[in-house]
Design a protein around this ligand. Structure first.
Ligand code: 5GP
Length: 212
């Protein structure tokens, strides 16, 4: 039987580039999987039902909550998002290492209920960098920038509850910022795989074969 896979929860403030990093990692490393979440938000152009998300109605989402089908769920920007227990269990039982790329509230729920999960917080490099990205969008007012920075401050405060922190550098300053962040995330996954507690089976059989 395959060893049970490991669970990695990746989160961080909006604008830090977490989904970009996770997407690039999955493209580069096919030995890592992603759990497809449910959401009540409408699909964006190019998004495929069952691949990007399971797009469901409010009623269906509520039914899933009532059936206790979610591993975690949260309200994010007026919509609801949730990780299905079945998706996580199937992946891990098949021996697949899985990433949940979810918001900070959901991440903290998972880390609290599952001490074996590894929490990775993706951070912007500085206030100036975040402010610059928000201003560059050209859609934010001074007031909304102030509100967003306040929200990020609260989210960064939760980073102390994670196991690892990746700083996603500014790609204007560091041209391979994305590549560095992807390599750092994969290094975390590799280190967890190599932990002694995950190598006991191998060590036992090696010792046994050496004594034959
Ligand atoms: P978007 O609508 O841009 O795809 O995602 C918005 C936010 O929802 C992102 O921060 C993303 O990480 C988060 N998110 C996506 N899936 C889940 C989920 O299953 N649970 C939680 N708690 N957050 C999620």
């Amino acid at each position: 039987m395959a060893n049970r896979g490991k669970l990695f929860v990746v989160s961080g403030p909006a604008g830090a580039g977490k989904s970009e990093i996770v997407k690039a990692l999955l493209k580069k490393h096919s030995d890592v999987g992603l759990s497809v979440s449910c959401t009540t938000r409408a699909p964006r152009e190019g998004e495929i039902n069952g691949v990007s998300y399971h797009f469901v109605t409010e009623e269906r989402f509520q039914e899933l909550i009532d059936q206790n089908a979610f591993y975690e769920w949260a309200h994010v920007h007026q919509n609801r998002y949730g990780t299905l227990k079945s998706a996580v269990e199937e992946g891990l039982n098949a021996g697949r290492d899985l990433i949940l790329e979810i918001d900070v509230q959901g991440c903290l729920q998972v880390l609290k209920q599952n001490p074996d999960a590894t929490g990775v917080f993706i951070c912007p490099p500085s206030r100036e960098n975040l402010e610059k990205r928000l201003r560059n969008r050209g859609t934010e007012t001074e007031e909304s920038i102030r509100v967003r920075l306040g929200n990020v401050a609260r989210e960064v405060n939760t980073a102390y509850q994670y196991d690892y922190v990746i700083v996603h550098q500014d790609w204007d300053d560091v041209s391979n910022a994305l590549e560095i962040a992807v390599d750092e995330l994969y290094a975390i996954i590799t280190a967890k795989r190599l932990e002694k507690k995950n190598r006991i089976g191998f060590l036992d059989s090696l010792s046994e074969s050496l004594l034959k």
